[in-house]
Each structure stands twice: as structure tokens, then as C-alpha cells.
Design a protein around this ligand. Structure first.
Ligand code: ADP
Length: 456
């Protein structure tokens, strides 16, 4: 990248110099030619009006610029010649051999310098000739020496400038590349840190510039946030599942051991087997819930639809939890409109309502109240569970539906973070929706909306 920056920079400078050099050299040449032509016109008029003496006087009056002037007779034999002293060596004899017609005519002579210089760029004597009406020849010329000096000076200056430009180009290119690649380096650093340490805590520093690379860094950080919270949830979920399964399994093993070590009579064995069955049932329920949620999230929950008497379903769930609520010092009340009938999977629906009620009891301290209510409203059936419990923080509210998510305040309670995911999965499978409203310290309200002809 740095090399490309430098190359473009240097090539642009070279092109600029080339253009400048060409313009300068051609404008100098044009200026010289204009000067020669104007002097030729002046000398011609002097010669015609006053003859050779007048011309000589004019030449000797001296022009600031050193010009070559030659007057030749009709046979081109030199009559008068003015050669500036500081000139290079030119073979002026060649001029006598050249043929001069009437019109203005440009010609040049090369300087007789060292061999190698001659090959490179020899000095030239540029001559403009004219044949005057009396047959004599007037020639005015100028060497390119002064012009070459200016151009050589320009080349010298350019060489110095070019070295500076080269330095600036390379250093600037390297600096620019280094600077613009910094976000990419940070990104790679963060990735390396995640890969080497296995921790998801690394983040890419953002510069708040709002450019594409900054946006990329922010997206990357957001992705790391999501992965980190997912990994943490999976870890704690795994702990919870292990914990949840260990209790019934320990009890199952205890029951079997006790039976083996006690009197070998049928009654003891029967009791032990029934205890084992109960514990196995609980383990299976946990595993089934996990699989149900996975299945529902994959959009493959199978419903066993049938007409369901909703008031009866709610009453039976409330009946199940009445004692638990009473034991926890919580008042549980149900207000259900009669004749609420809909097509639904009664087992799943019972599970969903039970989960909401179970949560309300879990997260409501003694002395609280729980109200469960169901009624129909504009082609919809509403089931609401309201409690006066600990409530949910606003920032946790959108996450409670996620699989295996458990709120901060919930860790003292049993649970896997699957209850609400299952509620949502069941409700969505019935083409309904569910929402939660809560205020920390005040309580929560969960509402299930089902279409009146749910699932049909
Ligand atoms: P859990 O097994 O933790 O109860 P859920 O999926 O049922 O899992 O609920 C997810 C989280 O939502 C809970 O951990 C808890 O923080 C919060 N929550 C659910 N219901 C209530 C409620 N009625 N009151 C307060 N918090 C609740």
C-alpha cells in the first residue's frame, strides 16, 4: 500500500515536471526566435537606409543580448561579421557554402565541442537569413547556450525537489498506510487475543470517526458481545442442567440402594421402584422441556389441536398451584369468563399457563398477590398473569424469552431459564403472541394473545 501511494505520488511529480520542462523550453525557444526576427528586421532597415556603416553602428551600439550578425555579398562572401566574444566554437565557414534564397530562412550550426558532449546535446547557433533587395545576405543568430543554462538550472532544482518528494512520498505513504491499517491491526489483535486466551472479553477500540472501518469494529464488538453472552449462558445452563439432573439421579440411586440393603420383601421393593419412577419422570420432564424448546425454536413443534375449554383448563392449573401459593403466603385469584372455547393443544397450553403461574409464585415474596385472568376481546382470547413480585429490570425484559436466559435476581430460585422460552414457543405455534410488562419492585404482568379460532 505504501509502495503504491509513493509510486502514484512520484509519478505525478515526474509528469508535472515533464510538462513544466516542455513548456519552459518551448517558450524560451519561441522568445529567442522572436528576438532574432525582430533584430533582423531592424538591421535590414538600417542597412537599406544607411548601408553597411549604419548597420555596423547599430550592431556596435550593442544589444543587451549577444547576437551573431553577418552581412554577405551576392556570392555569399562575408562582408561584415559580428561574433560575440563569449561564444562557443562554431564553424562559420559553413555559412558561406549555404544557399540563401529571398525569403526568411531558419538554419543552424552545431558547436564544435568535445565528442561526447556533441552526442548528448551540443550548443546550436540558430540563424535567420534573408536576401535583401540589393542581392546581399543578412543573417542574425543566437546560440542556445543561455537557454541550455536556464534549463540545466531547472533540472538541478528538479533533482533536489525530486529527492525531497521521494522522501516525502515514501515516508508519507508508509505513514498513511500505517495509519489507515490501524483499525485492521486492532481487529486482528482482538481476534488473536480471543483465539489465544479463549476468553471473549477482548474488544476492538473504536475511534468514533463514523467511517466504514469504525462501523466494522463496532459490528465486530457487538458480535463478540452476543457470542460472549451466549457462551456464558450456555456455561451456566450446562451447570444448571447438571445440577437439575443430579438431584433426581442422586435420589433415584439412594432409593435403589436403600431397597437393596433393607429387608427383601415385596412391599419395600415396590415402594423403591415407585420412588425411582417418580425421579426418572422428573428427569425426563426436564429433558423433554429442553427438546421441546429446541424443536419449537426450529419451527417444528407439533400441535395436537382439539376444542379446549379454556376456563376449565385455567381452573385446573390454578388448582395445581393453589397449595404452593398458600405455602408461600401468596394470595392466588382467578377471574375467567365462561364460554371461552378455542382450538388448541390442551397439553401445551396447560404447560404454558402453568409456567407463567410457576414463575409468578417463584418471583413473588410472601404477602404478595397473583391474579390470573382470561377473557375474549376483538377476535382474540387474552390470558393474563399478574403478580406483585420482584419485577424485571427494563434491560432484562427483552432477553427473558431467550432459551436458557435467567435474570440476575433469579439465581436463588430453581430453574433452567426454559420456562418462558417454552411459553413463547407454544403461543407462537398457536399463531398468537405474548408480552411482558414489568416494573422492578412492583410486579409483572404477562399476557398471552390467542386468535379466537387459534390453530385452525
Ligand atoms: P427461570 O427458570 O429462570 O424461571 P424463565 O424462562 O421462566 O426461567 O424466566 C426467565 C427469567 O425471567 C427468570 O430468570 C426471571 O429473571 C424472569 N422472570 C420470569 N417471570 C418472572 C416474574 N413473574 N417476575 C419476575 N421475574 C420473572
Amino acid at each position: 500500500m505504501a509502495a503504491w501511494y509513493s509510486l502514484v505520488f512520484i509519478l505525478s511529480s515526474l509528469a508535472l515536471f515533464g510538462l513544466g520542462y516542455f513548456l519552459l523550453s518551448s517558450s524560451l525557444e519561441q522568445k529567442d526566435r522572436e528576438l532574432i526576427a525582430s533584430q533582423l528586421r531592424l538591421y535590414a532597415s538600417r542597412y537599406q537606409s544607411g548601408g553597411l556603416p549604419a548597420l555596423r553602428e547599430e550592431v556596435q551600439a550593442g544589444h543587451k543580448e549577444s547576437l551573431f550578425v553577418r552581412v554577405a555579398g551576392p556570392e555569399n562572401e562575408t562582408v561584415f561579421q559580428n561574433i560575440p566574444t563569449d561564444w562557443g566554437d562554431f564553424d562559420l565557414k559553413q555559412l558561406e557554402a549555404a544557399l540563401v534564397k529571398g525569403d526568411l530562412q531558419w538554419s543552424h550550426l552545431f558547436g564544435q565541442e568535445e565528442e561526447e558532449e556533441l552526442i548528448k546535446d551540443p550548443d546550436r547557433l540558430e540563424i535567420l537569413s534573408v536576401r535583401l533587395p540589393d542581392g546581399s545576405v543578412l543573417q542574425v543568430g543566437k546560440t542556445t547556450e543561455a537557454r541550455k543554462e536556464v534549463l540545466e538550472y531547472f533540472q538541478g532544482v528538479f533533482a533536489v525537489v525530486m529527492i525531497a518528494v521521494l522522501g516525502i512520498g515514501v515516508a508519507g505513504g508508509a505513514w498513511l498506510a500505517h495509519r489507515s491499517l490501524r483499525p485492521v491491526r486492532d481487529l486482528a489483535g482482538a481476534l488473536r487475543s480471543v483465539r489465544e486466551t479463549g476468553k471473549m472479553s477482548a474488544r476492538v477500540p473504536t475511534r468514533q470517526t463514523g467511517d466504514e472501518l469504525d462501523e466494522l469494529a463496532e459490528l465486530f464488538n457487538a458480535l463478540l458481545d452476543t457470542i460472549e453472552s451466549l457462551v456464558n449462558r450456555m456455561r451456566s445452563a450446562l451447570d444448571n442442567i447438571a445440577h437439575e439432573l443430579r438431584t433426581p439421579m442422586t435420589r433415584l440411586r439412594g432409593a435403589a440402594e436403600m431397597a437393596l440393603h433393607s429387608n427383601p420383601d415385596t412391599e419395600t421393593y415396590k415402594q423403591a421402584l415407585s420412588d425411582c419412577l417418580e425421579e426418572a419422570e422428573q428427569t425426563l420432564t426436564t429433558l423433554n422441556t429442553l427438546m421441546d424448546v429446541a424443536e419449537a425454536e426450529a419451527g417444528a413443534m407439533k400441535l395436537d389441536l382439539e376444542p379446549v375449554d379454556l376456563p376449565a383448563l385455567i381452573r385446573s392449573v390454578v388448582g395445581l398451584y393453589e397449595h404452593v401459593a398458600e405455602d408461600n403466603g401468596i394470595a392466588l385469584r382467578a377471574t375467567v369468563s365462561e364460554r371461552l372455547c378455542l382450538r388448541a393443544d390442551s397439553k401445551r397450553m396447560r404447560q404454558a399457563v402453568a409456567n407463567l403461574l410457576d414463575n409468578a409464585i417463584k418471583y413473588t415474596p410472601a404477602g404478595g398477590r397473583i391474579e390470573i385472568e382470561a377473557h375474549s376481546e376483538q377476535q382474540q382470547v387474552l390470558i393474563s398473569v399478574r403478580d406483585t413480585g420482584i419485577g424485571i429490570k427494563p434491560e432484562e425484559l427483552p432477553k427473558i424469552w431467550d432459551r436458557l436466559y435467567r435474570g440476575e435476581a433469579s439465581h436463588s430460585q430453581r430453574g433452567l431459564g426454559l420456562g418462558l422460552s417454552l411459553v413463547r414457543a407454544v403461543v407462537l405455534a398457536h399463531k398468537g403472541s405474548v408480552e411482558a410488562h414489568s416494573e422492578p419492585g412492583q410486579g409483572s404482568r404477562f399476557v398471552i394473545y390467542l386468535p379466537a379460532n387459534s390453530g385452525s
